[in-house]
Design a protein around this ligand. Sequence first.
Ligand code: ZN
Length: 183
Amino acid sequence: MPTIFTHALVPLAVGIALGRNAVSPRLIAAGMFVAMAPDFDTVAFKLGIAYADQFGHRGASHSFVFALAVALFGAMVAPWLRTTRWRAFWWLAFCTASHPLLDALTNGGLGVALLWPWSHERFFAPWRPIAVSPIGAGFFSARGVAVLWSELQWVVFPCAVLALQWAAIRRHFVERKVWRQRP
Ligand SMILES: [Zn+2]
């Protein structure tokens, strides 16, 4: 995985880019949470479940079906998220699915079981520039620093550019439209 908190940057960046009229701060917070949620499966190591098992790390919780289940739950609790059911569904589906797709870009471990339960195959993207994060204590090491640097380069920096640039373009056009509509 990229570091778990790095996953949360994707919904944050897309939320900032789209603006609060499209994605409220509450939805962004929910999106950040579900983008990290698939990695709660690392508890499998403590339970003695093997990495390659369908319920091991990067298994079932890293599938499109899991993203769909989270999205359906989100649609159910949409009133609490103060949004429409459709918006909650698509936003949370995107945020949850962003996790395994980002993991597929990492250069180590096993791939992600995107097509579980139909297939237990673990997938990787053809291009994998992100250094995989060591699990647990190994994070506080020279390799941990290399991972952070790799994530800065390939996730944090692109997310920041996307969010700020897109938000600036949106503001430019929306504000211009509002300005033109003034009597
Ligand atoms: Zn993961």
